[in-house]
Ligand binder design. Sequence first.
Ligand SMILES: Nc1ncnc2c1ncn2[C@@H]1O[C@H](COP(=O)(O)OP(=O)(O)OP(=O)(O)O)[C@@H](O)[C@H]1O
Length: 398
Amino acid sequence: MPIKVENLSKIFGKKTKEATRLLDEGYSKEDILEKTGCTVGVNRATFEVEEGEVFVIMGLSGSGKSTLVRLLNRLIEPTEGSVEIDGQNLATMNKEDLREIRRTKMSMVFQRFALFPFRSVRENAEFGLEIQGMEKEERSQKAEEALELVGLGGYVEQLPSQLSGGMQQRVGLARALANDPEVLLMDEAFSALDPLIRKDMQDELLDLQEKMQKTIVFITHDLDEALRIGDRIALMKDGSIVQIGSPEEILTNPANDYVEKFVEDVDRSKVLTAEHIMKRPETVDYDKHGPRVALERMREQGLSSIFVTDRSRNLKGYVTADEARQARESGIEKLSEIMKTEVPTVDKDTQIQDIFNIIHDSPVPVAVTEDGKLRGIIVRGAVIAALADGNEVDADDA
Ligand SMILES: Nc1ncnc2c1ncn2[C@@H]1O[C@H](COP(=O)(O)OP(=O)(O)OP(=O)(O)O)[C@@H](O)[C@H]1O
């Protein structure tokens, strides 16, 4: 279910008209508070979240994330603007329809889940279905399915106090999933967890999402978390969205100084992947070409080695210029006789740090393959440049 947000604003306080006017005139959030007593919660947010997307809203404390996410399910009334869920405008919906949509189409997961201490894990996961008035048997079954999904299948009879913090948070997630909502709103859902468990939960959410393909809006103040799980990220400052983009766009192409400062300390080696620094490979054909063609191509391109593929671009190996030259001199005509088949290979999602470790003692560039087919090559200079400053480098210049 896609979400479409247009010009959405929330100004807290009484003199919202005056505050809006000052906002339009370019006054800052602080000035507006001083002059009108109003707080700018969200300022004219416009974006769309696609079905199946993980859309992260990120920003420092007070930047407006929670207000924005509560505007999405109208727990907060907007001062201006519109939210459309699956083409339906939330603002014009009556209370009953709104309640219905919150119950069945959108679920919210919070940082600290209010689990009922004297109810079992299953009963806790059933809660949303219970208030919908679903029969006991049906809701138990749905709750158990959701608990199974989050890896708590064996704990349904336990009490929350018998679970770790991470497991309790999974119960919260299961409660949201039991509703089988199309939209999941997750407000700092993993922020209370310690770092290792948090990372597990992030991985798990991504795994789940691969199967579920929900529309997820995920709020976090943690940049690493945003970069890890977001398909796209909206970065907020003082109520305004300052940039929306994929993690790579935010890192490599910050919209302004604020974003640049924000992402300054990110460990890019963990975010940028093979896909970002690979270039188009020069190859020779295993079945068609011999050492002569290989040597010519290497000379033309100034290469000291070249990859060999078959007609379907399956990677077979590589030959070096020295060996191709020797082969020519000794009359060898087949690449198979001189080709080396041990090729350093990564896939497109391999992190740069890992590529660095491989390329470090490799005599040839690293091959990037997908299902055995050669998609690109990575040269050492590109890895070093990316590690050095994170800017997307043209591998040719590196
Ligand atoms: N009910 C309210 N009344 C008045 N001001 C509010 C209200 N709720 C939020 N605000 C103000 O709106 C701004 C945005 O707050 P919000 O809670 O959305 O930020 P946030 O990014 O979620 O912060 P945090 O990460 O600390 O939760 C803040 O300046 C906050 O003080």
